[in-house]
Design a protein around this ligand. Structure first.
Ligand SMILES: Cc1ncc(COP(=O)(O)O)c(C=O)c1O
Length: 429
């Protein structure tokens, strides 16, 4: 057991995660969950087969909706189960005296990946919580304008609508023509909406509806030049694109960790630039609501420490694969099916195939067919799980959709995508 323990510690050191869970490992050396073991030097497809084996994904159902939520690797599941059982033995002791001790090392490890100081990063349950905290916490007044887009996610869109109804904040929607590979046009779609009253621009880094990557840095630079703050919805980009938050040049940022980082469900992160923390009101009560300690956003009350702490194992696998290699692989998988489906008569795409403008999420439709019918047939005949996106346009406020969204992840095989391509061909008959 000493060998296993020292192996775990060596792996952790290798991955830069030695501090994580050390309290638990010290307390329970015999039952600490095993970390994933991969040999990154093997042949490329062998390497990805090993990655697949690190997940307990269904061998029969083909899950191509990793954009909604992704599975966690086996090690994270094992840790979750282990921590849950441990906590249940004496909850207040194991949760608050043992697991709670590891929140700061976890924050540091996440901050390392995010490329920001750890005291600017709050741990929360998902992107909705992270971004709603900022949207409701910003000191805006009647007449102040916020620029979003016709492609923003409904939870954020509705949070802003609530601020409009409650406080008289004015909402303005950029309406970029997507998909696009024209950065100047996408930037212009936002900047043309800026006025002297604009206080903030809300930018969805990767659009959930079609996978478009927006040129956040350029929009942010233009906004800052006019004294406008920048909030980024990074639900799909963190753990997928290889970047640091500081690369984006924004002021506020929020993400989920249960999408491409593959953390257990119910994990998110919120980042606020240090000098801006004090002015954001926390959503939940805190004794120093105007303080500048990022932890003022974390007074959630009793919550699941096992879910948070098991995230360290998902992070380990992410680091072991390497952020750049992961981004390239997922992009390769997306284009793998798109290149093959492109030739099928009647098929159209709403996603760019260029690496700068799309990753992971690809969407397609078939002329004259409803997206829900396509998606249902893919499942009933082939057990391929995708998601149909259908929405009527609300002029200038919400863009219309009628397509099927397909999102592979690191554990997806090219054989699964071949099956999917065959299924699409059969739909056309
Ligand atoms: C762009 C975008 N933002 C935010 C969210 C919300 O994420 P969560 O449900 O994890 O809060 C989603 C979810 O799919 C999303 O696609």
């Amino acid at each position: 057991m000493t060998d296993r323990r020292s192996f775990i510690q060596q792996s952790a050191a290798l991955l830069g995660g030695l501090a994580l869970h050390q309290t638990v490992h010290a307390a329970f050396p015999d039952i600490a969950p095993a970390r994933p073991v991969l040999d990154p030097t093997t042949d490329e497809e062998d390497f990805w087969r090993q990655v697949r084996a690190a997940y307990a994904c269904s061998p029969t159902l083909i899950n191509l909706n990793n954009g909604g939520v992704s599975p966690s690797p086996r090690a994270a599941m094992e840790a979750l189960d282990h921590y849950n059982r441990m906590c249940n033995e004496a909850p207040s002791y194991y949760m608050w005296r043992i697991l709670d001790q590891d929140r700061e090392p976890l924050r540091m490890n996440l901050a390392e990946l995010a490329g920001v100081p750890h005291d600017e990063l709050a741990m929360c349950r998902n992107a909705t919580e992270a971004l709603n905290t900022i949207i409701f916490g910003l000191p805006l007044k009647a007449g102040d304008e916020v620029v979003g887009s016709t492609y923003d996610y409904p939870n954020m869109y509705n949070a802003w609508r609530q601020r409009a109804q409650r406080d008289g904040v004015r909402l303005v929607y950029a309406d970029p023509q997507l998909p696009s590979e024209d950065e100047a046009a996408m930037v212009e779609a936002f900047t043309s909406k800026f006025t002297a009253r604009t206080k903030l621009v809300h930018i969805t880094h990767i659009i959930n509806w079609n996978g478009q990557i927006l040129p956040v840095r350029k929009i942010a630079a233009a906004a800052h030049a006019q004294g406008i703050e920048v909030l980024v919805d990074a639900a799909h980009s963190f753990g997928l694109l290889d970047y640091s938050i500081t690369d984006l040049g924004c002021d506020y940022w929020g993400t989920s960790l249960h999408k491409f980082l593959c953390a257990p469900f119910g994990n998110g992160l919120m980042w606020v630039k240090k000098e801006k923390i004090a002015k954001i009101w926390p959503l939940l009560s805190n004794d120093k609501p105007q303080g500048d300690d990022i932890r003022k956003f974390e007074t959630l009350g009793t919550r699941s420490f096992p879910i948070e702490m098991a995230t360290g194992y998902s992070l380990d696998l992410h680091n072991l694969i390497g952020p750049q290699r992961k981004q390239q692989r997922i992009h390769y998988l997306k284009n793998y099916w798109m290149e093959r489906v492109r030739e099928v008569p009647g098929v159209f795409f709403k996603t760019s195939m260029a690496p700068a403008h799309g990753c992971a999420i690809g969407v397609f439709g078939i002329e004259g067919r409803k997206a829900t019918d396509i998606s249902e047939q893919l499942f009933s005949k082939w057990k391929i799980h995708t998601v149909a996106i259908e929405r009527e346009a609300k002029a200038g406020i919400e863009a219309p959709f009628n397509h099927v969204r397909v999102t592979p992840n690191v554990y997806t095989t090219t054989q699964e995508l071949d099956r999917f391509v065959e299924a699409v061909r059969s739909l056309i008959g």
